[in-house]
Write a protein that binds this ligand. Structure first.
Ligand code: GUN
Length: 292
């Protein structure tokens, strides 16, 4: 059994980006600049955005954190987005989700200039990705592809069962793994909350991508010997014995499933750290693609 070590792999990717940034600096070029918009004070969002900004500093990117009040109106947020679209010193930006309930998320995401949409959430990027064109690929599926590729996990002709059909993870990873190329050429089944007999499907799978958000849902009896397991779950589960009052759990009962698997991602330290590295990679691509 091999652990797909997202912590180590994400460090390697960040180092690679840092080398590129250093040579950009040496040539006197402007370094990539990422901005993050955070509306309100949600604890998990604050943690995620904080890590994104800190990672920018580590690798020599410029970063800007824009914090806005929970009560901001949709129109005011759209004005802020318009400014970011026009800002020539900025290569890419993200609007951290979820947004407060009074704001229409879809309207905000549609307002982001697709050329600066380093989250890859705009329909223009999603469509380009689905058509095999150059596009910003959402960071989580992009990170999964990188792990599979760098660990040389066989995917061609394999049966991959994706559990979850979210726009951010399940849907895009199902498209990417069925496409031609590295970490692709798989036969993909997408399962979701209305799927019947899920374990009949997972038992046939060579690769299982769990993106469900239910802690330790996938158990050993649902998995075939030698399968590859990708766990995208990150649920905070209350645990008073822990200083933070919670622990992070994946969608996979790790110990029992690991014993049967050939490759597996841990939680934490698997897919999670990869997402930040891939956001940085998208920002570097934005800098390179949009060079005037
Ligand atoms: N909220 C949870 N994951 C993400 C992400 O990848 N991007 C943004 N913008 N918000 C998120």
């Amino acid at each position: 059994m091999t652990i797909l070590d997202g912590k180590k792999t994400s460090q390697e990717i960040k180092e690679e980006i840092k080398v590129t940034v250093t040579s950009m600096k040496e040539r006197g070029e402007r370094v990539p600049h990422l901005a993050a918009v955070l509306v309100g004070n949600d604890g998990a969002s604050l943690t995620y955005v904080g890590s994104k900004v800190r990672s920018c500093e580590q690798i020599g990117f410029e970063s800007t954190l824009i914090r806005l009040e929970e009560e901001i109106s949709e129109e005011e947020l759209l004005l802020q987005i318009d400014q970011l679209n026009k800002d020539k010193t900025l290569d890419g930006y993200i609007v951290q989700l979820p947004l407060p309930k009074h704001i229409n998320e879809e309207r905000i995401l549609l307002a982001i200039d697709p050329k600066k949409d380093v989250d890859g959430f705009h329909p223009a990027n999603f469509g380009r990705m689905a058509l095999d064109l150059d596009a910003f690929i959402p960071a989580t599926p992009f990170g999964i592809i990188q792990l599979l590729e760098r660990y040389e996990v066989p995917t061609s002709g394999k049966h991959c069962v994706v559990v979850g059909r979210s726009h951010i993870v399940g849907r895009p990873i199902s498209i990417l793994m069925s496409q031609k190329g590295p970490a692709g050429d798989a036969t993909v089944t997408v399962a979701h909350s209305r799927t019947k007999n899920l374990s009949e499907l997972t038992k046939q799978a060579d690769i299982i991508v769990m993106a469900l958000g239910i802690p330790e849902y996938l158990t050993a009896d649902m998995v075939k010997e030698g399968a590859t397991i990708i766990d995208v779950g990150i649920t905070r589960v209350a645990d008073e014995s822990h200083p933070k009052g919670y622990v992070i759990k994946g969608d996979v009962a790790f110990d029992e499933v690991a014993a049967k698997s050939s490759f597996i991602t841990p939680v934490p330290g698997g897919v999670g750290p990869m997402t930040i590295a891939m956001l940085l990679k998208n920002t570097l691509l934005a800098r390179q693609w949009n060079q005037a």
